[in-house]
Ligand binder design. Structure first.
Ligand SMILES: NC(=O)c1ccc[n+]([C@@H]2O[C@H](COP(=O)([O-])OP(=O)(O)OC[C@H]3O[C@@H](n4cnc5c(N)ncnc54)[C@H](OP(=O)(O)O)[C@@H]3O)[C@@H](O)[C@H]2O)c1
Length: 241
């Protein structure tokens, strides 16, 4: 069901985790949403629940990114909000890193390409919001996740540069850097019973809804002055010890 007066949002990686929670909260707040991920069965279920379109594709190839753009555009014809959330993590020392190309494609190239595709439409309508989901690992560096940390750092420089280029078009772009979040990625990447929770000042993981709520604020008109920012949502982890 498309509300023609509402703003349209594409959320990558919205089959589960932070992306799905964001899709649910945006839908509750009256946005038209477009779901995407690789897991077609999960997308079918969530799309029915949220009465919203979806497209299954693999963002590790440029072809997947282009097809997503085309499918989204066929449905909504215009874009107001792009949330580059899909991401991959690998816990491995650098000498054994086995997934470099894939991680660069999904975590870096896909957000760059999607931004490139959608910016002309946002410029034309003189309004747009882009949120990149980085990671606290891209701000601080995470041992045994150097490739992941590098890909997430790349989003920070990209965000600042695009913000400068697009500032006069009423387009804002920001990057949110979560700490550990209670999702498949956050929980599967560690042994929870062994995890030194005391290293996090608030002694807890972030919940997906907290990221979604920050996104909701940043895409609102009230946040029009916030652009090019790298915002840590990490329960105090980045402050130091
Ligand atoms: N969880 C954390 O602790 C944490 C911390 C900091 C930053 N982040 C960042 O937050 C974002 C969301 O993570 P999450 O915790 O929600 O992870 P998640 O539960 O693992 O979800 C990842 C999402 O990305 C999609 N995705 C992964 N590879 C893809 C590919 N090749 N093509 C298309 N879609 C793909 C997945 O879709 P399918 O499953 O359908 O393929 C899924 O919807 C990521 O960018 C992550 O790096 C997470």
């Amino acid at each position: 069901m498309v509300n023609k007066k509402a703003k349209n949002a594409l959320i990558t990686g919205s089959s589960r985790g932070i992306g799905l929670k964001t899709a649910q909260i945006l839908k509750e707040n009256g946005y038209n949403i477009f779901l995407t991920g690789r897991d077609i069965k999960k997308l079918e279920v969530e799309s029915k629940k949220l009465k919203s379109p979806y497209f299954a594709c693999d963002l590790s190839s440029l072809d997947g990114t282009k097809k997503l753009f085309e499918s989204y555009f066929e449905t909504y014809k215009t874009i107001d909000i792009l949330i580059n959330n899909a991401g991959l993590y690998e816990y491995q020392n650098i000498e054994n890193a086995s997934n470099i190309e894939n991680m660069l494609n999904v975590n870096v190239k896909a957000p760059f390409e999607l931004t490139k595709y959608f910016i002309p439409f946002m410029k034309k309508q003189k309004w747009g919001r882009i949120i990149n989901i980085g990671s606290i690992s891209g701000v601080m560096g995470e041992a045994f996740a150097s490739v992941y940390s590098g890909t997430k750092s790349a989003l920070i420089g990209f965000t600042k540069a695009v913000a400068l280029e697009c500032a006069s078009y009423n387009i804002t772009i920001n990057v949110i850097n979560p700490g550990w979040v209670e999702t498949n990625m956050g929980v599967n990447s560690i042994d929870k019973s062994d995890f030194p929770i005391d290293i996090i000042p608030q002694k807890r993981f972030i919940e997906a809804y907290e990221v979604a709520k920050l996104i909701t604020f940043l895409i609102s008109d009230d946040a029009k002055g916030i652009t090019g920012q790298s915002i840590n949502l990490c329960a105090g982890f980045s402050c130091g010890i």
